[in-house]
Every structure is written in C-alpha cells, then in structure tokens.
Design a protein around this ligand. Structure first.
Ligand SMILES: [Zn+2]
Length: 345
C-alpha cells in the first residue's frame, strides 16, 4: 500500500497535471476540434452546415446526450481518407502526451463511417498507424476498442464485426456507445457473446443517463470488464457493493457529465462518493473537443469544484492503470512511475 505524502491544496493542480495517467474512455471522433473539422472539410472539398469555426463552436451548447450526438455525427462526416483518421488520432495523442497521459485506449465508431461508404480498412488502418507512431514518437502506448452504435440493430453490429475481423490484430476489444436510454445492453447479448468467444475485451457504456438496471445487464448479460460512465450506480446500494467487490472499473467523465447535464454543476459530481465507496473509478475526457476539456482539464476542474484530495488523485491514476488492458509488468511499471511522481513532488 502506497502512502501519499502530505500535499498542500495549492500544489494539487500541478500534481494533477504532472502525474502519469491512463485514459480509458475517449471517443476518437469526439477529439475532432472545429479547426481540424474545417481543415479536413477543405482538404476533402466538403461543405459544412456552418460558415466558420466560431459558429460551429457556438453550436456546442448541448442539453442532453442526443443534442450532442447530432453535431458529433455531422463533424465526423469530414473523415474520408486513411490520412484523415491518422491526423485526427495524431492530434489527440499530441494533446494527451502534453497532459502526461502515458497510455490510452481509444474508442472508435466504425458504423459512423461505413454508413457513409468509408471502408473499414481505411478507418482501422489510419487509427492503428497513429497508435504505432504515438508509442514510437510521443511515448504514449495506445490500443483501439471498436464500439457498436446501440441505436442501430444487433444485426448491424454483427455485420460490423464481420467487416472488422480481417483486421482483428489491430483492435483489442469492443464497446457499446451512442444513445443509451431505450437501448438496453440486452439488445446486444448475442454479439457480445460472440466477441467474448473471439477473445476480445468487452466494455459498455451504462448508467450515464440510463438506470442502474443497465449497469447490471452490462455486467451479467454482456459480461463486460469495465463500465463506461456508470455514475447512476449510486442509486443502487447492491450494485455499488458488486462493483466494489469485483473491482469493476467505472470510466467516469466529469466534464462530459456537466456539459450533458447529468450533473449540471460540477460541484455536485459523485466521483468522490464512488471512490470513497471503494469503486475503481477513473477520470476520462469522453469527447474532449465537444465537452470543453482534455484529461488535465477534467482532473483540475473536478478537483477544484469538489474538493477532492491528493489521496483521491493518486487513487484515480492508480485505478486507471489497474483497469487498463495492458499486461501486469506494464501496469507495475506505470504504477511505479506514479508513486515516484507523488514521492518527489
Ligand atoms: Zn463515452
């Protein structure tokens, strides 16, 4: 057990920025900044429904998950070539490295692209090449998780899986994202069972806006290893005990929760409650270009609003390595770096 040395509240923001951390909940299409959307639109000769960068940014005043998703899918429409996917992921990795993210597991939504006639290879090869270069050039290890869009059918998820299987060595797992309410995990029971047989890691969004029952179903029906968001779990004490006992990580995204009005005031966020109940909660950026912040913005703003401590900071970063899909020696090496950072700060 590592004892966190006394750290004054004034020094905490710097420590939050400096500490090594893993990001486990980032939709790479949600890292597309308006400037890059316009640059790619120009490169691909696409006309956007917004006259300039500023008017697009102004449209980012969301009231719920759906109002965000509408703009998110419009933004993704500028991605055409393998180089576009590479450039998008590269821009994210540069930002992540600046925030001392040392490992990232990236979600991508192939159906958003294949529905527009973009080939699966174009998407995966571009993103995968960016992951390889991130390790070599920026020191950020990275892996890809293919997400099924839950507002579409399970049959379409199966078709997507089929298209991706020739590239099986370029992604490590599958997830479930997009509009949650009305699309319970059970809808994807068979495709997740198939992915499990294939040895893929399994995660799913659950309990962001949806009820605790969706978290139970993600665990017991889909058999996921992590829950993305999961903040609604506090409404169910039995579920909280289950998550704590099994060390099921929650990939919490505070600024996303604030922007989408899950917790309209960051001061009311339940991250501290989750940690204090012994859950393996982590901090993540979700869709940073749209929700006003990358990893360190999420850490610094949440800690400032809620009064979390250095002990919480250490726990969140340690949880991020524990919950990642890297091997045990790599987890130990990252955790050691984290402890050195705290010991010398
Ligand atoms: Zn998400």
């Amino acid at each position: 057990m590592f004892t966190v040395p006394p750290i004054s509240p004034e020094r905490l923001p710097e420590l939050l920025r400096l500490m090594p951390k893993a990001e486990l909940h980032i939709h790479i299409e949600g890292s597309l900044e308006p400037e890059l959307i316009f640059a790619l639109a120009q490169r691909n000769k696409i006309t956007l429904p917004y006259p300039d960068v500023e008017s697009l940014r102004r449209a980012y005043a969301f009231t719920n998950l759906q109002s965000f998703l509408d703009i998110y899918y419009a933004g993704a429409s500028v991605l055409i070539t393998e180089q576009d996917f590479y450039d998008m992921a590269r821009a994210y990795f540069v930002r992540a490295a600046a925030d001392n993210v040392v490992h990232a597991e990236l979600f991508f939504d192939p159906q958003t692209h294949t529905a527009r006639g973009i080939a699966m290879e174009t998407v995966i090869n571009g993103l995968h090449r960016a992951c390889v270069d991130a390790k070599a050039e920026l020191g950020v290890s990275a892996a890809l998780i293919l997400c099924f869009l839950r507002h579409l059918s399970e049959e379409e998820a199966f078709e997507t899986l089929e298209q991706a299987l020739p590239l099986r060595d370029k992604f490590i797992g599958v997830g479930l994202d997009s509009s949650e309410v009305g699309h319970p995990p059970e809808k994807f029971a068979r495709v997740f069972a198939r992915c499990r047989e294939l040895g893929l890691h399994l995660v799913a969004h659950a309990g962001e806006e949806g009820p605790p029952a969706y978290v139970w179903a993600a665990l017991d029906v889909l058999k996921v290893e992590r829950i993305d968001h999961g903040v609604q779990s506090v409404k169910d004490p039995a579920l909280m005990r289950r998550l704590a006992q099994d060390r099921i990580a929650l990939t919490v995204c505070p600024l996303s929760n604030q922007k989408l009005c899950v917790f309209p005031d960051l001061a009311d966020h339940n991250l501290g409650q989750l940690l204090d109940a012994g859950l393996a909660a982590t901090v993540n950026s979700d869709d940073p270009a749209y929700f006003g912040g990358y990893m360190n913005d999420n850490f610094v703003q949440t800690f400032a609003a809620t009064g979390l401590t250095a002990q919480h900071a250490y726990q969140l970063a340690a949880n991020s390595f524990e919950a990642s899909f890297i091997d045990e020696p790599a987890k130990r090496a990252f955790t050691e770096r984290l402890q050195n950072c705290f010991a010398t700060s």
